[in-house]
Design a protein around this ligand. Structure first.
Ligand SMILES: [Zn+2]
Length: 353
């Protein structure tokens, strides 16, 4: 299946000049093909390439080829009845040779008359679900106040996985994510980076000038992108595991206590939504469970008591089972997701399978 997503880029002289030359080259091919009654790409190329190469010496040959392809398509469509007209600032066609779009990271590289240039963009929330799709081609449009890249993305239709192999994921502060298969995404390195941002922020804040305000804005944008990029990495890591269903805690229960001085307010909501849309795209399921008692229940014998947990260690008062507290929670999340036991009253022991 295909989708087209619209990306807003800053208007730049480089893009405008590229569009101007590209459209002019395209029109030249049209002019030739219309007279010659020919829209065959190979023949058009043979007849026009050398002249165009000289006339538009700054236009990279890969762009010259897309201009020729565009001319060929327009000639074919109008069957020489009317001469196609390419607007001087009409849409520019980009293919895999002339662009690279990184939807998840929010930037693209476009071949222009000034070389290959990088442009950053913000992918709208409603396009996030296509961020992992394969980028096929794009059209650059020059508008009054901005440039738009209409990107065509493709993905094979997903088949929902029939199996029901489940993994439980506990999201939190000491470890951003802990999976019931004994793997951890520790928050240490992230805390270091977040701490650096915090330090820079407090330093700039104390200055208070207008340029300091601008710097703060740049900084917070960078921090947001860092967090988002990290959340994508974590989601990819979880989804790359060979499980069919991912069990998470229900977001509405995520407590305020999951804040930390250095980690700040990590966006678990963002992480969850990324996991969800990526899972759908690959046919995996995500289930949310009531997170109460996940941290105080023994994942081995099901005994439930607050005192089972002591800081980062879990030690069962009943069977003596000892384990990392977050890992214990993640195993419970996997177990609870198979039943509706998590909705049972507090004092009723949960017997894990
Ligand atoms: Zn136990």
């Amino acid at each position: 299946m295909y989708r087209t997503i619209k990306i807003k880029l800053d208007k730049s002289n480089e893009l405008i000049q590229t569009a101007r030359l590209w459209n002019a080259a395209c029109q030249d091919v049209i002019d030739y093909g219309f007279v010659a009654h020919d829209y065959n790409k190979t023949r058009l190329n043979k007849a026009t390439y050398k002249d165009l190469r000289e006339k538009y010496s700054t236009l990279p040959s890969a762009l010259l080829q897309t201009a020729r392809d565009q001319a060929s398509d327009m000639l074919k469509r109008l069957k020489y009845e009317t001469k196609p007209f390419k607007h001087p600032f009409g849409a520019v066609r980009f293919d895999v040779r002339t662009m690279k779009v990184f939807l998840e990271s929010g930037y693209c590289k476009l071949t222009t008359v000034f070389g290959r240039l990088r442009y950053d963009f913000q992918l709208a929330d409603y396009y996030q679900k296509y961020a992992t799709w394969k980028v096929m081609n794009a059209q650059l449009k020059i508008a009054k106040n901005a440039c738009y890249l209409n990107v065509q993305v493709e993905q094979p239709d997903p088949e929902t996985i029939a199996g029901d192999k489940r993994i439980g994921v506990d999201l939190g502060i000491n470890n951003i994510a802990v999976c019931s298969d004994n793997t951890f995404w520790k928050s240490g390195p992230v805390k270091t980076v977040k701490g650096k941002y915090q330090y820079l922020r407090s330093k700039i804040q104390s200055i208070g000038t207008r340029s300091a305000k601008r710097k703060l804005q740049t900084l917070s944008g960078r921090e947001r992108r860092f967090q988002k990029d990290m959340n994508h990495q974590i989601a990819n890591w979880i989804l790359s595991k060979s499980y069919d269903t991912i069990a998470l805690e229900d977001l509405t229960y995520i407590r305020n206590s999951k804040k930390n001085k250095k980690l700040g307010k990590w966006s678990f909501a963002e992480l969850r939504s990324i996991i969800e849309y990526k899972a759908i795209a690959i046919g995996k399921k995500v289930v949310a469970i009531d997170p109460r008692y996940t941290s105080r229940t023994c994942s081995k014998c099901g005994f439930q008591k607050k005192e089972n947990r002591n800081g980062r260690t879990f030690k069962c008062k009943n069977c003596g089972f000892q384990i990392d507290a977050d890992l214990n929670a993640s195993r419970n999340i996997a177990t609870f997701s198979r039943t509706d036991r998590s909705r049972l009253p507090v004092n009723q022991p949960i017997v894990a399978g």
